[in-house]
Unconditional design. Structure first.
Length: 295
């Protein structure tokens, strides 16, 4: 049996050992706590840094977007000004360039707003012999058409006054397109003067749509969005129509179901115009393309 002295020594040794172990455990807990606090602090700092970086990235992206949009707008504006809208510039001595100058001079020399036919007729009479190669060649005539399409498009983009706005250019395009159909392709019997009269008196929606369909570029897309809410107007083919300038809302107009060319604002106008229209109706019907006959 151990002595009391040894027993007390062992007990003291156990207390010291326990005390040392407790201190070590406390120290370990303190270190763990400090590490955890450091990690939390680092995480908070990291989150703050990431938030700051994210905000900077968003601001940078917004600035780059604004710069890109401004650059695109400038490019569109510059491209519209420099674009030829499908027209290939002709040398001054090109036969088509000379034809355009000669024809337009003759047209305006004998053209009045009440007698557009005289202007077209005079232009033809002055140029038919000297420029027969243009009148009889569809490719050359297409070059002439592309010039007036380009010229009319530029007038719309430049915001020319309401006195012209490209109306004459649109009429020239329509006239020469019909000439190809009548004289070269033989798919049309006679000139539809009412179509050119509509273009002469046209609203902005009609005019922009006319040129927009004929250009290979997108230069008139913006202009079209600005005017597409404007009501399109049409011309009644009854010479005695009581409407102002014989113009009515196009979507409400009636068309001749035989030739699909003549338009009328009412049944009464259609009946009143029949004696004059019937001599052209059958010819137009027989020569009209199938796509138009199924209208």
């Amino acid at each position: 049996m151990p002595s009391k002295k040894k027993a007390r020594g062992k007990a003291r040794a156990r207390r010291v050992a326990n005390s040392r172990k407790a201190k070590e455990e406390d120290a370990a807990l303190n270190v763990t706590g400090q590490i955890q606090r450091l990690q939390i602090g680092n995480n908070n700092n990291q989150d703050e840094d990431e938030d700051a970086l994210l905000e900077d990235a968003i601001n940078l992206a917004a600035a780059e977007k604004d710069e890109l949009e401004a650059a695109v707008k400038n490019d569109v504006a510059n491209n519209s000004k420099n674009c030829r809208h499908g027209f290939v510039t002709l040398p001054e001595d090109h036969v088509c360039a000379a034809f355009i100058l000669s024809y337009t001079q003759a047209f305006f020399a004998d053209c009045e707003s009440e007698s557009l036919y005289d202007g077209f007729d005079n232009g033809y009479e002055v140029t038919k012999r000297k420029y027969a190669e243009v009148w009889n060649d569809a490719d050359k005539m297409q070059l002439v058409i592309s010039y007036f399409v380009c010229n009319g498009t530029k007038k719309i983009l430049d915001g020319d006054s309401d006195s012209d706005r490209g109306c004459y250019d649109a009429m020239f395009v329509s006239f020469f397109e019909q000439w190809i159909a009548i004289a070269i392709q033989k798919t049309q019997a006679s000139c539809h003067w009412s179509q050119m009269a509509v273009l002469f008196k046209s609203d902005k929606h009609t005019l922009v749509s006319f040129f927009r369909k004929r250009i290979p570029c997108k230069c008139l897309d913006k202009s079209y969005k600005e005017v597409k809410s404007i009501t399109k107007m049409g011309l009644c083919d009854n010479p005695s129509c009581s409407l102002p300038d014989r113009m009515g809302e196009r979507s409400k107009m009636l068309y001749c179901t035989q030739c699909c060319v003549a338009n009328y604002c009412s049944r009464e106008c259609q009946k009143a115009a029949w004696p004059l229209h019937k001599q052209y109706c059958l010819i137009d019907r027989l020569t009209a393309p199938k796509s138009r006959q199924k209208r």
